[in-house]
Every structure is written in C-alpha cells, then in structure tokens.
Design a binder for this molecule. Structure first.
Ligand code: 4NP
Length: 154
C-alpha cells in the first residue's frame, strides 16, 4: 500500500499528515509506504515550515527530514491512494490525473465526525488546531485501511 498526502505548498498540512500517519502506522505495525507533495511549486526542496515542525515535534512527530516536492503525473501510477487536504487540492489532482491511472484520489478527511477539509495553518496560524484535525483524520484513516485490508476494499 502506497499513500501520497497532498496539499498546496507541501510544507504544512501534507507533511504533517505524512508524519502523523507514520507515527500511527509504526505503532500499529501497519506496513505502508508514505510520501507527500504539493500542487504548487513555491517550496521545492524545502523542509516543512518551522512552526509546523515545532508543533508536530511537541506531539512526537518528526517532520524535519521531509522535503517539499510538486505532484507529478507519475504519482498517479506510483501510489494507490492520493489523499487531498482540501477540495481545491482534490480538484487540482483530478485535473492532472492521466486517464486510466491507478491511484484512487480522495479527501484525506472522511468528514464523518469533523470537517471535510484541513484548514491551512500557513494562513490561519493555528498549527495545533491543524494537528488536532490531522491526528483525528490519520487515526480514522488507519482504521479504514486496517478494515479494508481484511475486506480487500478501501
Ligand atoms: P500547505 O500550506 O499547503 O499546507 O503546505 C501552504 C504553504 C505555503 C503556501 C501555500 C500553502 N505558499 O503559497 O507559499
């Protein structure tokens, strides 16, 4: 199973989702390949945004080694799931997806008990609020994937 988390800049929300999901998957012994990317190209090669690295570190998630990159057409065949942080990211990914590529593209959050979109802390400045949402979403995703592994359907 290969999962790509997607946001706009790849320095706040999607690296946070990657780092948080990595923590949960490791704890649960769930084997998965993870990456993250942005639809934009402003921060190529940069580490995640400093305040996001710091807020995540307070919760035990290590983001410092991640580097920003832009979503490519190849990603749609490399990954099983591309999970977008908001509807604009979802729309942009759908527009870039080559016909017949294998990745399933969806929102990261299922919206069942909370929001459908992860608010962007680059603009809201609420890094902890973002991490609360990302942690809940990552937990729900792990449960969904563990169920899917036994049912063989996501
Ligand atoms: P992200 O936040 O999509 O969560 O990484 C952003 C970070 C930077 C920019 C936009 C969004 N920017 O325009 O530089």
């Amino acid at each position: 199973m290969r999962i790509l988390f997607l946001c706009l800049g790849n320095i706040c929300r999607s690296p946070a989702a990657e780092g948080v999901f990595r923590s949960l998957a490791d704890e649960a012994g769930f084997v998965v390949e993870l990456d993250s990317a942005g639809t934009g190209n402003w921060h190529l090669g940069h580490p995640p945004y400093g305040p996001m690295i710091a807020a995540a570190a307070m919760r035990g998630h290590d983001l410092h080694a991640l580097r920003a990159r832009q979503l490519t057409r190849e990603d749609f065949d490399r990954f099983d799931l591309i999970l977008a942080m908001d509807r604009q990211n979802l729309h942009d990914a759908q527009a870039l997806a080559p016909a017949g590529s294998r990745a399933q593209i969806a929102l990261f959050l299922d919206g069942e008990t909370g929001p459908h979109e992860v608010p962007d802390p680059y603009y809201t400045r609420d890094f902890d609020g973002c991490l609360d949402i990302v942690e809940a979403g990552a937990q729900a995703l792990l449960v969904r994937l563990q169920r899917a592994q036994s049912d063989s359907a996501f």
